[in-house]
Design a protein around this ligand. Structure first.
Ligand SMILES: [Zn+2]
Length: 340
C-alpha cells in the first residue's frame, strides 16, 4: 500500500515538474528566432570612425538608438540596465551604473549631446538621466521624464521640456519631437500596463529604487531627425495619430513593432499606412522587438510569447514592405548601420 502511495506521489511530482516546464516554455519562451530572418540581418559592427558626411546608427535594444555623424552623438532612451523579469515584477529597480559605463565604452559614446526619451515607462526612461550625468549630455523629455531626471539628481539646466513640432538644432542635426500614442494597453496575468487616466504623469521627482509601475507613460513621442538633406524617424511605440506624419518624408524609419500582430487586422493595416506609407520610407528598421528582461551584452532575443509574437510582427512587415519595394534591415544589439 505504502509503495503504491509513494509511486503515485512520485508520478504526481513528475507531472507537476513537466507541467511547470511546459507552461514556462509556452509563456516565457521566445516568440521567434532572429536567425530565421538572417537575410535581413545587417551583421555590421563597424569599428572605424564614422565616414565624413555620413550618419551612423547603433541599435542598443528596445528603442535605444545611438545616432552619430562623427561630430555629434544623439541617443534615444538609453535603457541599458534591463533588469530581469523577476526583479521587474517583484523588486524596486535601480540603474546599474557599471552597465551604462560598459555600453559607453563599447560604443565610444564620448560626444553625446542629447538624450531624447520616447515616453516615461521604465524601459525607456529609467536610465536616461544617469546616462546624461555620465556623458554630460542634456536630457530632453516630457514633464514626466524630467521628473525622472530630477529624482536622479540631474540639474535643471541640463533638462529640456519637449515642445512638440518645434525643431531643436544640435550640431548638424535638427530634431523635431512629434506627439504620438503609446502601444495599445495589454494585460498579463490580470495586470494591465495602461496608465491610470486620473494620474497620467509622473508629478514629482522619481527617486530610485522605484517600482516599474512608478514609471508612468506621461505621453508618447516620435523623433524626426534631419541631417543635411536626409532624415530618419524614430517611432518607439506601436501606435499612431491619424495624419500626424503625412507632411514628413524620411529616408529611414525605425519602426516599433512590439505587439503589432496582437492588434486587430485593421489596426495593423492602418499602422503601416500611417507610418511606412505616410513618410514614404525607403528603408525600415524594426525596433522594440527584443526581450528586455535579458542583458544587452548577450545576443538579443525576441519578446516573450506571453506578450508578443515576433514572427507574426516580422512577417506582417515583410509582407507589406515587399509589395511596396521597401528595404527591411534587422539589427542585433550593438550592430551599426551607416545610413546616408
Ligand atoms: Zn511603454
Amino acid at each position: 500500500m505504502n509503495r503504491l502511495k509513494n509511486h503515485l506521489q512520485f508520478c504526481f511530482k513528475f507531472f507537476l515538474f513537466f507541467s511547470f516546464l511546459w507552461i514556462q516554455s509556452c509563456m516565457f519562451g521566445s516568440s521567434g528566432n532572429v536567425r530565421d530572418y538572417k537575410n535581413y540581418l545587417s551583421e555590421q559592427k563597424q569599428t572605424n570612425s564614422v565616414p565624413s558626411g555620413k550618419v551612423r546608427v547603433t541599435f542598443l535594444g528596445t528603442s535605444s538608438l545611438l545616432v552619430d555623424d562623427g561630430e555629434t552623438q544623439l541617443l534615444t532612451d538609453g535603457f541599458f540596465t534591463r533588469p530581469s523579469l523577476f526583479r521587474t515584477a517583484f523588486l524596486r529597480l535601480s540603474t546599474d551604473i557599471s552597465i551604462i559605463e560598459s555600453v559607453m565604452a563599447k560604443t565610444r559614446m564620448n560626444r553625446l549631446k542629447g538624450i531624447f526619451v520616447c515616453h516615461s515607462h521604465y524601459d525607456h526612461a529609467m536610465d536616461a538621466p544617469f546616462v546624461a550625468k555620465l556623458t554630460g549630455a542634456n536630457l530632453y523629455g516630457s514633464s514626466s521624464t524630467l521628473n525622472v531626471g530630477a529624482g536622479a539628481g540631474l540639474s535643471f539646466d541640463r533638462m529640456n521640456l519637449f515642445i512638440p513640432g518645434k525643431p531643436v538644432r544640435i550640431g548638424k542635426f535638427t530634431v523635431t519631437v512629434l506627439s504620438s500614442k503609446h502601444t495599445p494597453p495589454f494585460k498579463i496575468l490580470g495586470k494591465t500596463n495602461a496608465t491610470d487616466p486620473n494620474h497620467p504623469n509622473i508629478d514629482s521627482p522619481l527617486i530610485q529604487p522605484a517600482k516599474a509601475s512608478d514609471y508612468i507613460e506621461g505621453g508618447a513621442f516620435d523623433f524626426l531627425i534631419q541631417h543635411g538633406s536626409h532624415s530618419l524617424l524614430i517611432k518607439g511605440s506601436t501606435n499612431y495619430i491619424e495624419g500626424a506624419l503625412d507632411r514628413y518624408k524620411v529616408d529611414v524609419l525605425f519602426l516599433g513593432i512590439a505587439q503589432l500582430s496582437k492588434q486587430p487586422e485593421t489596426f495593423q493595416e492602418t499602422y503601416y499606412k500611417e507610418t511606412v506609407k505616410a513618410v514614404k520610407a525607403k528603408q525600415v528598421i524594426p525596433i522594440h522587438w527584443d526581450n528586455f528582461f535579458k542583458p544587452l551584452a548577450e545576443p538579443l532575443e525576441p519578446n516573450l510569447k506571453i506578450g508578443d509574437d515576433f514572427n507574426a510582427n516580422m512577417n506582417f512587415i515583410l509582407h507589406k514592405t515587399k509589395a511596396d519595394n521597401v528595404n527591411v534591415i534587422l539589427l542585433q544589439g550593438f550592430e551599426t548601420i551607416d545610413l546616408f
